[in-house]
Design a protein around this ligand. Structure first.
Ligand code: PMP
Length: 366
């Protein structure tokens, strides 16, 4: 007998076809991918080093520069999720022992603080419970005190449903010789953000939210100021199909126009917010101007089990909403309407599903 006898048989599941149900992805991401982007991702692949691929990568760079509103030369799509870009940014700036300031008002600041800590940084935090935000005075005070090399702020805090004010933050950072790193995974394309004008040094996002591409590619851009600290190598077999899809999603954003995309998300979000209040629900972020248009958070209504509401809506309406994440678990329900998913018909469908669930899942007969 040779060496070729296998002892593990082909698994039965692999002899059945792939099954993927249809779902309305109205959570905080991923969102549904429109046919045009799916089709782009389904094109035959070419080599990642072929000249046509370099052309496509260059288109992607231009598309990201537009979406971020930056002329930074070091602008690219990373292979990986939003976390990849988050880790890459921190790793390439911070040397062990250096001071980093992280604004924590939900899970994303927590995550960055943890990453920076593990990389050996001296991590200082500014803290608010989910839904809170930081004034420029608070930020400046902490910068003066801790003298960090890097300040991290989440623009669209998807675990809390908050869009953080950005004006002046970059200037304050630079006054203290600190780089500003901003997470726009949940907000890009949905809420105004202007990388160059707002003096952001490193900005990243994900492919799977308002851009409506499949998860797995992460647009990122680095300012010239950052490049003085950069030791960056980037060569590997890129996710070619993922880049085709991302190029298509950036093309859709360019065709629509950023301002139109921002105002469209706001208009649909306002329609959703009004409908939720008409159902007697309380929005978690009280101040309208601080609400993230792409991800709406609702305070869990009294007399309901939030897990039961979500399970009911998934089972009977094929719609995904989610609960909180990290520190907002048990505090909120989240509804995301992003990019392709962001329209009145979907908002109405989401409201109808929620209305039905509120009727069917009531615990206490008040
Ligand atoms: N930051 C924010 C604000 C997010 O909403 C997410 C994803 N929910 C991430 C970072 C992480 O991105 P990914 O899941 O693509 O790693």
């Amino acid at each position: 007998r040779g060496m070729s006898s296998v002892t593990i048989p082909p698994p039965a599941c692999m002899l059945r076809p792939l099954e993927v149900p249809f779902r309305y992805l109205f959570g905080p991401g991923p969102s549904n991918v429109p046919p045009r982007i799916l089709a782009a991702g389904g094109r035959p692949i070419i080599g990642h080093m072929h000249s046509e691929m370099f052309g496509i990568m260059n288109d992607i760079k231009k598309g990201i520069q537009y979406a971020f509103q930056t002329s930074n030369n070091m602008t690219l799509a990373m292979s990986g999720s939003g976390h990849t870009a988050m880790e890459c940014a921190v790793f390439n700036i911070v040397e062990p022992g250096e001071s980093v300031l992280v604004a924590i008002n939900g899970i994303w600041g927590e995550r960055v603080a943890e990453i920076a800590e593990r990389m050996g940084a001296k991590v200082h935090t500014l803290f608010k419970t989910p839904g809170g935000h930081f004034t420029n005075a608070e930020i400046e005070q902490a910068l003066a005190k801790h003298k960090p090399v890097l300040f991290f702020l989440t623009h669209g805090e998807s675990s809390a449903g908050l869009v953080h004010p950005m004006d002046g933050v970059g200037d304050i950072c630079h006054k203290y010789n600190c780089l500003l790193l901003v997470d726009s995974v949940a907000s890009l394309g949905a809420a105004p953000l202007l990388m160059d004008q707002q003096n952001i040094d490193i900005l990243y996002t994900g492919s799977q939210k308002a851009l409506n591409a499949p998860p797995g590619t992460a647009p990122v851009s680095f300012s010239e100021r950052y490049l003085t600290k950069l030791c960056f190598r980037y060569h590997h077999t890129g996710p070619v199909s993922g880049f085709f899809a991302l190029r298509e999603s950036l093309a859709i954003l360019a065709e629509m126009g950023l301002e139109n995309s921002w105002s469209h998300h706001t208009e649909i979000a306002e329609y959703l917010w009004k409908g939720l209040e008409d159902l007697g629900l309380k929005l978690f972020i009280k101040d309208k101007d601080l609400r993230l248009p792409s991800v709406t958070t609702i305070a869990i209504p009294e007399g309901y089990d939030w897990k039961e509401l979500l399970a009911y809506i998934m089972k009977h309406h094929r719609i995904e909403f989610t609960g909180g994440l990290g520190p907002s678990v048990g505090m909120v329900l989240r509804i995301g309407l992003m990019g392709y998913n962001c329209n009145k018909a979907n908002a109405a469908m989401a409201l109808a599903a929620l209305e039905d669930a509120l009727k069917q899942c009531r615990k206490s007969k008040a």
